[in-house]
Design a protein around this ligand. Structure first.
Ligand SMILES: Nc1ncnc2c1ncn2[C@@H]1O[C@H](COP(=O)(O)OP(=O)(O)OP(=O)(O)O)[C@@H](O)[C@H]1O
Ligand SMILES: [Mg+2]
Length: 483
């Protein structure tokens, strides 16, 4: 966890800086005076201090000098009024990493902080190229020391070393393909150049080429300006093609050509552009089978399949579960400002016994949701609710298809969603889907609200009615802010 100490005498500044930083995943503490800063720097041991240049009991610049002498590894960012640029310059001379001007813009503050941490990380990597992978990547940290994951780490290193070879990452949904792709980039000589990712499943076919290769001004009607694609933006770096199995066939041909010839053209362009990127692709689909079915180009498949990283599903490397659980506990303690110290033995037993069809992502979500429900400082098995969860996700309990609405069904009767009629005894429910789309979350919230109203606010009855466990209902009520 990255720890930041904010030193400022104005409570409003301390608050407005700490809230967004905590949300961004930093651990934050504050001090309102020079004296308090001196003691917190010892007790809290931050990696970074945001230091007001004017403090009631101390001169910020003197304090900076003192901190730099005593704790040279701590990064210090000064907080100064914009009018006070002279002292900002002075601060740089004394070893400050950067400064933030007051009044500040939150986005640029976050940027300054991230940049400082990134610079530090790169410096460390340059100094210790051989240190173990899981100590270097922090927010993109890959956890795991099962033999299976150790093999994955080894292959990541080998892929990183090749620098140019295309890498294909295979694994079920939620196994960490994206993290692995980033790790390959971070460990390669390309790590200082950009990493760009594109989700081939999320972008409509006609925009995908534009996103990948860019276009010239006037390439099509709306092409007002020249637009760089990610192959160009990621120059010298890495392009991560996520969900490659969902890439349309026509696009597959273009990608293959770009990879093979190491050059491509912008849409509407008349000259070739050289490519210097490494391509990493990932999918949770069975590409081999897709090739057999003619849904994925065989030539692209062989081209991508030069170096392959297979990430085993979590159920095949259960030894990783305790570490991952502990790691997520730390993360969410921070994020939700909680202090749950450990996981009860029964809870751990259940985590180990469960099959994790959604892999690490599901584990992460389960821990988070159990933590939201937990009142004590130890995560108990009761709040994990895995079996109920698993049961609930089995489609057999839900209707396979929603019955079609009767013609002429009336529209919304209230400000709630248009549930035109319900009849729970037979299990059918009629919903008219509005043409403009529907928010599933809103719908869920409204159904929960209706069920609670129907049962006079009795949660046990409402839960039974909704075929949820009471904990699940409580969790969702909390999530939607229903009381
Ligand atoms: N080994 C790991 N250590 C720490 N966190 C992990 C690990 N593996 C996965 N995660 C976390 O689990 C979640 C899912 O990981 P990721 O998005 O990389 O999965 P994915 O394989 O790309 O899934 P999908 O196929 O659904 O896109 C993320 O929050 C990620 O940070
Ligand atoms: Mg992914």
């Amino acid at each position: 966890m990255k720890k930041i100490l904010i030193v400022d005498d104005e409570p409003l500044i301390r608050w407005s800086l700490s809230q967004p930083l905590i949300k961004s995943g930093y651990m934050v503490d504050t001090a309102e005076s020079g004296a308090e800063a001196r003691s917190k720097i010892i007790s809290f041991q931050p990696q970074m201090v945001l230091l007001d240049i004017r403090l009631p009991d101390a001169n910020g610049l003197e304090l900076l000098e003192h901190f730099k002498a005593e704790y040279p590894d701590i990064m210090i960012i000064m907080i100064t009024a914009y009018a006070d640029v002279g002292s900002a310059v002075e601060a740089f001379k004394l070893g400050a990493e950067d400064y933030i001007g007051k009044p500040f813009n939150l986005e640029s503050v976050k940027q300054v902080i991230k940049l400082a941490f990134d610079k530090r990380k790169l410096k460390k990597q340059a100094e210790t190229p051989d240190s173990p992978i899981d100590q270097q990547i922090d927010e993109d940290r890959l956890i795991g020391n099962s033999p299976e994951m150790i093999d994955v780490f080894k292959i990541i290193k080998r892929c990183a070393e090749t620098n140019d070879k295309t890498v294909l990452i295979l694994g079920e949904s939620g196994t960490g393909k994206e993290l692995v792709a980033k790790a390959v980039h971070l460990y390669s000589r390309r790590s200082q150049a950009p990493f760009f990712e594109i989700n081939c499943a999320a972008i409509p076919e006609n925009l995908l080429e534009n996103e990948l290769f860019g276009h010239e001004k006037g390439a099509y009607t709306d092409a007002g300006r020249r637009h760089k694609g990610i192959f160009e933006l990621a120059d010298s770096g890495t392009v991560f093609l996520d969900e490659i199995g969902d890439m349309p066939l026509a696009m597959q041909g273009k990608i293959l050509k770009a990879i093979e010839n190491k050059r491509y053209r912008r849409l509407g362009g008349d000259r070739d552009i050289d490519v210097n990127v490494r391509v990493i692709a990932a999918t949770n689909r069975n590409l081999e089978q897709m090739v057999r079915e003619g849904k994925f180009r065989a030539d692209l498949y062989y081209r991508l399949n030069v170096m392959t990283i297979n990430i085993p599903p979590l159920r095949e490397r259960k030894a990783d579960i305790p570490h991952l659980a502990r790691y997520f506990l730390d993360i969410f303690n921070q994020e939700h400002n909680r202090n749950i110290e450990d996981i009860s033995p029964e809870a751990l037993e259940r985590l180990m016994a469960y099959d994790w069809p959604g892999n690490v992502r599901e584990l992460r979500n389960s821990i988070e949701r159990a933590m939201i429900l937990e009142d004590s400082n130890r995560l108990s098995a009761d709040n994990l609710n895995l079996e109920a969860h698993q049961h609930q996700e089995q489609p057999s309990t839900a209707p396979a298809t929603w019955p079609q609405p009767e013609t002429g069904a009336t529209g919304p009767t209230s400000d709630k969603f248009p549930i035109t009629s319900t009849s729970t005894s037979t299990g059918d429910i009629q919903i008219t889907l509005p043409a403009k789309g529907i928010s599933l979350e809103e719908l869920e919230k409204n159904i929960i609200q209706l069920a609670l109203e129907k049962h006079g606010g009795n949660q046990t009855k409402a839960a039974r009615f909704l075929q949820l466990s009471r904990d699940t209902l409580r969790y969702r009520m909390k999530k939607f802010g229903l009381q």
